[in-house]
Design a protein around this ligand. Structure first.
Ligand code: SF4
Ligand code: SF4
Length: 413
């Protein structure tokens, strides 16, 4: 793609990077075939190729209107297009630059600004988020319809536990332990409040195998929320706070492990995102090098796990941040199958469920349609449980699913 970005922009790291990404696109349109919003809307501007053109125009002219804003807002940042693109176009990075530029040139109406400010003020702060969750659950009936469906409902997990004979470590000849590793577990902002059982499950699995699990007391948000909403400077400030919290533990651990793939994808990217902040670039690279999704960490341990529950049929929903963002595929499936579960077929496994961070709040209509489609695909072969790997997908799917939705770690013993 030919570009004519202004010289002043090309003097900046973001300008140069955007120019290189734009030039790598050959506008073949293959990406449209796997873009959830293009498939729903059938509009070129709601597909990756159209959005790339919109961002190119925005960067070349330094101006945009609310039409561009709407089409960029509708992007889920799922990066399914990246997995499909034969030219390796780094769409996610381009969108980051495009959204940050758009935030500076296209003002939003006061109500929209207030909602976005509210999300940024509450979601990444566990204390505030917990208080809001308690209030939201108590006064759910008073909330406007748009918000009512967003309050995660607490439901007891009604699945029968597996008996002792399901535990291979209890059987003769299979008493392998993992050794004496030590990890730094990222607790996450939303996850520690909304689904605390997930990290508790990992702690139980690892400590039972002699692996120490540390966490940083002052852990901050990973920065993904600000980044996705186009607040790149604020996102970097949050990432630096998080780096400072993690830094004292980094030299003592084998890995920095995330159980929420939405956080993990950003932490893995710290090296790139903070490359131009000299005081933190080295630490950021160190964190990125140590960062692992829990599926990678457990798969590499080579330990055999058994079934925590007596159910067998599991529908696996791979979050976009795991399969497209981190390119981790097949690991969870292999671990669940080795533990004795049967994975039912799920059509179009590359498509997003519509959760996408704050998307379900900011774009509720599209988000709901995407969830309906995903739940139809996940439920087509009568699973007893749906498993996923990110707190956002888990809560979003659980709000409308007919069977329990769990983090896959909860299925292991
Ligand atoms: S598939 Fe890749 S090269 Fe083709 S239009 Fe999409 S982003 Fe551009
Ligand atoms: S990130 Fe997802 S929604 Fe956005 S353009 Fe790519 S495939 Fe479409």
């Amino acid at each position: 793609m030919r570009t004519e970005l202004p010289v002043t922009l090309l003097e900046t790291p973001d300008g140069r990077r955007a120019d290189a990404i734009l030039r790598s696109c050959v506008h073949c349109g293959f990406c449209n075939a796997t873009c959830p919003t293009y498939l729903l809307q059938g509009d070129e501007l709601d597909g990756p190729r159209g959005r790339i053109y919109l961002i190119k125009d925005l960067l070349e002219t330094g101006t945009a209107d609310t039409v561009t804003q709407t089409h960029l807002d509708r992007c889920l940042t799922c990066r399914s297009c990246e997995s499909t693109c034969p030219s390796g176009v780094a769409y996610g990075e381009l969108l980051e630059i495009g959204r940050a530029t758009m935030a500076r040139v296209v003002p939003r109406p006061p109500l929209e600004r207030a909602i976005r400010r509210g999300l940024r003020a509450v979601v990444p702060r566990p204390g505030r988020f917990r208080a809001l969750l308690v209030l939201g659950r108590a006064f759910r009936w008073l909330l406007p319809a748009r918000l009512r469906g967003q309050v995660p409902v607490w439901r007891a997990l009604r699945l029968p536990r597996a008996g002792k004979d399901a535990d291979p470590s209890a059987q003769a000849g299979n008493a392998r332990t993992a050794g004496h590793g030590r990890i730094l577990l990222l607790e996450g902002c939303v996850q520690r409040v909304a689904t605390p059982d997930v990290n508790a499950a990992l702690r139980r699995l690892l400590t039972g195998r002699g692996i120490e699990v540390l966490s940083a007391r002052e852990e901050a948000c990973c920065g993904s929320l600000d980044l996705h909403l186009g607040h790149d400077e604020e996102a970097r400030a949050v990432m630096i706070r998080n780096l400072e919290a993690l830094a004292p533990l980094l030299d003592r651990v084998d890995a920095v492990v995330s159980t929420a793939s939405g956080c993990g994808v950003t932490v893995k990217d710290y090296g790139r995102l903070l490359a131009h902040v000299p005081a933190y670039a080295g630490r950021a690279r160190q964190v990125s090098a140590l960062a692992r999704d829990v599926a990678e960490y457990l798969a590499d341990l080579g330990v055999e796990w058994s079934r925590e529950f007596a159910c067998e049929r599991v529908a696996w929903h791979a979050p976009c941040t795991l399969q497209h963002g981190q390119r981790v595929t097949g690991r969870v499936e292999a671990l669940l199958q080795a533990a004795g579960y049967t994975l039912v077929p799920v059509r179009d496994p590359h498509l997003c469920c519509g959760s996408a961070g704050t998307y379900s709040i900011l774009e509720p209509a599209l988000s709901k349609r995407l969830r309906e489609a995903r739940l139809a695909a996940l439920g087509a072969h009568s699973p007893e449980v749906i498993a996923t790997a990110n707190v956002g997908c888990q809560l979003h799917l659980a709000a409308a699913a007919g069977v329990p939705v769990v983090h896959w770690l909860q299925l292991l013993r």
